[in-house]
Design a protein around this ligand. Structure first.
Ligand code: AHG
Ligand code: MN
Ligand code: MN
Length: 333
């Protein structure tokens, strides 16, 4: 079966982009190796440092970040990188053509309890006249992404990736190779499964409250069918389930911090996952517009995310239509 390089070459992907994606996948294999040893590595647990978003960094966050940063900045094609764990973008080669954005370890609150975590990445072109050290170079809508993907460190380590030709899934085999397992991932349009952190219910907007209440009412309510709920608290693992068997995943807008429209980050989580979901036939929205069409205003921007099975996201969008008529209801959303 083809490996990552074979598959990308078969898709006639730009050779420099192939090398870049190989570099990322090699780092993911190394990260998988460290995670596999769990507490034996002595690098789990909380560090003293907090990142720019005020969250405590796990030591493996830092290690995974440094690994990707060093490997990518060593490539002549990389003009710069931006990471969830870096305050500012870092310039790379002055003649580079690509910008790489990543969440080095997603779901890091799950590391210490041996639950799935992952690495998310996104590749953008360097706009003409810009440098990889300028934040403004990165502020492109998700639609401009040349590639995106994630590695999921679960019972199997998998890699799901798109270069705009559908979504391919690879599995890390015992010879240390990511081997093609699915040539086209496809999200079923209908579902009976949803994923949301219910403990935040009281902070959601009224439209989301009503939509979820209808799902919970099951066959006794307007939806006329029962729904099941799953929440792993690692976006990679929840989105992987959606890409594999359908469902919807949402971290919606809530009123806890008025300056943040959600918890997830547009550039490291929202955009790369939305491209994968669209390439697999699903939809990705803020509940008011397509995530991939957002014009970013800052690198660490947060975004409300709802993605997954097409028909279910359409029901969710429908539930939010009335709010579009009320500018007051839309404030900060
Ligand atoms: P990260 O570990 O990169 O900060 O991301 C965690 C994110 C995402 O993976 C997950 O869906 C969400 O946070 C979980 O949030 P709650 O702890 O609020 O459930
Ligand atoms: Mn994350
Ligand atoms: Mn992270």
């Amino acid at each position: 079966m083809p490996n990552v390089t074979d598959q990308l070459k078969q898709q006639a992907v730009d050779p420099e982009l192939v090398v870049l994606l190989e570099t990322i996948t090699n780092c993911c294999q190394e990260i998988a190796g460290k995670l596999r040893l769990g507490a034996l590595t002595g690098i789990l647990g909380v560090t003293e440092d907090t990142n720019v978003q005020g969250e405590t960094q796990k030591e493996l966050d830092v290690i995974a970040n440094d690994m990707l940063k060093e490997a990518l900045l060593g490539l002549s094609s990389v003009a710069g990188i931006a990471s969830e764990e870096e305050d500012l973008p870092v310039a790379g080669n002055a003649n580079g053509r690509f910008l790489v954005l990543f969440d080095p370890l997603d779901g890091s609150s799950n590391i210490d309890v041996n639950v799935s975590v992952g690495t998310i990445f996104s590749v953008l072109p360097l706009p003409a006249g810009k440098s990889g050290g300028d934040e403004s170079a990165y502020l492109q809508p998700g639609r401009a992404q040349l590639a995106s993907g994630y590695a999921l460190y679960g019972p199997a380590t998998t890699l799901s990736m798109t270069t705009g030709q559908g979504v391919q899934q690879f599995v890390l085999d015992n010879n240390g190779q990511f081997t093609l397992a699915y040539e086209q991932m496809s999200i079923p349009a209908d579902t009976k499964e949803f994923s949301i952190n219910m403990s935040n219910q009281r902070f959601w907007a009224p439209e989301m409250q009503e939509y979820i209440a209808d799902l919970l009412a099951g066959d006794q309510g307007v939806r006329g069918k029962n729904f099941n709920m799953r929440w792993i608290a690692s976006m990679v693992a929840d989105v992987h389930r959606v890409l594999t068997r359908g469902g919807i995943f949402t971290y919606p807008w809530d009123d806890r911090s008025p300056d943040k429209p959600g918890k997830l980050r547009l550039m490291y989580e929202g955009n790369p996952m939305s491209l994968l979901v669209e390439q697999a036939g699903g939809l990705a929205t803020t509940c008011f517009g397509n995530i991939l069409d957002i014009q970013p205003s800052k690198i660490h921007q947060r975004v409300a995310v709802a993605l997954g099975s097409k028909h279910e996201i359409e029901v969710l969008l429908d539930a939010h239509k009335s709010a579009l008529d009320s500018p007051a209801a839309l404030l900060n959303r």
